[in-house]
Design a protein around this ligand. Structure first.
Ligand code: HEM
Length: 424
């Protein structure tokens, strides 16, 4: 079955994600009428769109049958793909992080940092993360009774946490934030490097490539430093990580830092900003958590489901396969739509309602299987600590104008969440 051009163009349209309703309606339509079908937006190769929760899990659990690295991992036009392959000696990727790898490399590279990010090892960081969270709550109080929660708190707190864990000094945080926003906000004239709507494909790829180069220059210096002066941070693990007894390749090491330095805060920032937006719009949900802070873990899971900051990843079939009653051919490109899976009516009751006490809440916002988010425990922990500190002091919150979302179709969420609040 083929998806209409109109819907196909909508599901890759950065403006539809910024709109919110438009993208939700497109996916609701697909779940109902064509839950597993082929889309071919103008200028793109055809790809399957997986919109049902069960089918997303089915693909993710078979990571030998559905590869990450064989084609672009993010939906890309034919022209941009061609340009990237020309620049990268035939590879469809500008970077080679865990996301672009398959086994045996994926397992070997993931092992280098996985242990450090497990809950039992993160526990040692909780006191320091709480100190950081308290600092941000104090700063919010200093704003008086109004702030832009996205810009003043949600974008900055997870940035500070991941940069400490990674080992990037505080003075470089503004630069890391700007580079991340330029990368994920490439389609957004407010955020990208050119400061305008990028319509020319070549210009778009060049601008992403120049951001990647800046990141690489920065992390090259960090690698040299951590080889000479190892410390207790992720950068030291990456700089000194060995694969089959040999130091990690340069592109792989640089890409490892880049994914930690970008995915490590933008996602959590979007979730935190979107959570407060939802709480401000749903005072009954705010009151529930205020009265019973044991609901904070529920608030976190629901806000991750609600925002779903990673909008998709692509996979490529390594052999002919059957999925959800459809025949997928070897080499087919497949889009996993996490926001759609997280609004699947077959799994979530009233999926368009924000409920802090939703149980169970088996969202797919962190993915699933071998590539499941490496930072999921850190993300949950830092959000829990922030909400514990914030709910202890926040008595009331309401919107103070209309929030806005980023114009993007890969990693994105709120851009601005103006609020009025009372704190003690
Ligand atoms: C992978 C979401 C926070 C690092 C992923 C994937 C998703 C995701 C959907 C792909 C999973 C798949 O292919 O099955 C999120 C969300 C976050 C978050 C929603 C916050 C709410 C973080 C943080 C870090 C991080 C804090 C910091 C270390 C990574 C890495 C990968 C990844 C390195 C690649 C894993 C692999 O391919 O093996 N994340 N993420 N993420 N995430 Fe996160």
């Amino acid at each position: 079955m083929t998806i209409s051009t109109d819907i196909a163009n909508t599901i890759i349209d950065p403006k539809a994600y910024a709109d919110g309703d438009r993208i939700d309606q497109a996916f609701a339509h697909l779940r109902r009428e064509a839950p597993l079908a082929v889309a071919q937006p103008d200028g793109f190769d055809p790809f399957w769109v997986v919109t049902r929760h069960a089918d997303i899990l089915e693909v993710e659990r078979q990571n030998e049958l559905f590869h990450n690295g064989d084609r672009a991992t993010v939906v890309t036009t034919i022209e941009a793909d061609k340009k990237v392959r020309e620049m990268m000696g035939g590879s469809p990727h500008l970077v080679r992080s865990l996301v672009q790898m398959d086994n045996p490399d994926h397992f070997a590279y993931r092992k280098i940092t996985q242990g450090a990010l497990l809950p039992q090892n993160l526990r040692a960081l909780e006191a320091r993360i709480r100190e950081i969270a308290r600092g941000f709550v104090d700063r919010m109080a200093e704003h008086g009774d109004r702030c832009d929660f996205a810009r003043d708190v949600a974008f900055l707190y997870p940035l500070h946490v991941i940069m400490e864990v990674l080992g990037v000094p505080e003075s470089d945080e503004p630069r890391m934030l700007k580079l991340t926003q330029e990368l994920f906000g490439n389609a957004d004239p407010d955020l990208n490097r050119t400061g305008k709507s990028v319509t020319d494909v070549g210009e778009g790829v060049d601008s992403i490539q120049s951001v990647v180069m800046d990141f690489m220059m920065y992390f090259n210096a960090i690698t040299e430093d951590r080889r000479a002066n190892p410390r207790d941070d992720l950068a030291t693990l990456i700089a000194n990580g060995k694969i089959n007894g040999e130091p990690m390749g340069h592109l792989e090491a640089m890409s490892y830092y880049i994914i930690a330095a970008t995915a490590g805060h933008d996602t959590t920032s979007s979730t935190t900003a979107g959570a407060l937006w939802a709480l401000a719009e749903n005072p009954d949900q705010f009151a529930k958590v205020k009265a019973d802070p044991s609901l904070i873990p529920g608030l976190i899971e629901e806000s991750i489901r609600w925002v779903t900051p990673v909008k998709h990843f692509m996979r490529t079939a390594t052999a002919d396969a059957e999925l959800g009653g459809q025949k997928i051919a070897k080499g087919d490109w497949i889009m996993l739509s996490y926001p759609s899976g997280n609004r699947d009516e077959a799994v979530f009751e009233d999926p368009f309602t924000f409920r802090v006490d939703r149980t169970p809440n088996k969202h797919v916002a962190f993915g699933y299987g071998a590539h499941i988010c490496l930072g999921q425990h850190l993300a949950r922990m830092e959000m829990r600590v922030l909400w514990e500190e914030l709910f202890a002091r926040l008595d009331h919150v309401e919107l103070d104008g209309a929030p806005t979302r980023m114009v993007a179709n890969f990693v994105c969420g709120p851009k601005s969440v103006p609020i009025r609040f009372k704190m003690h």
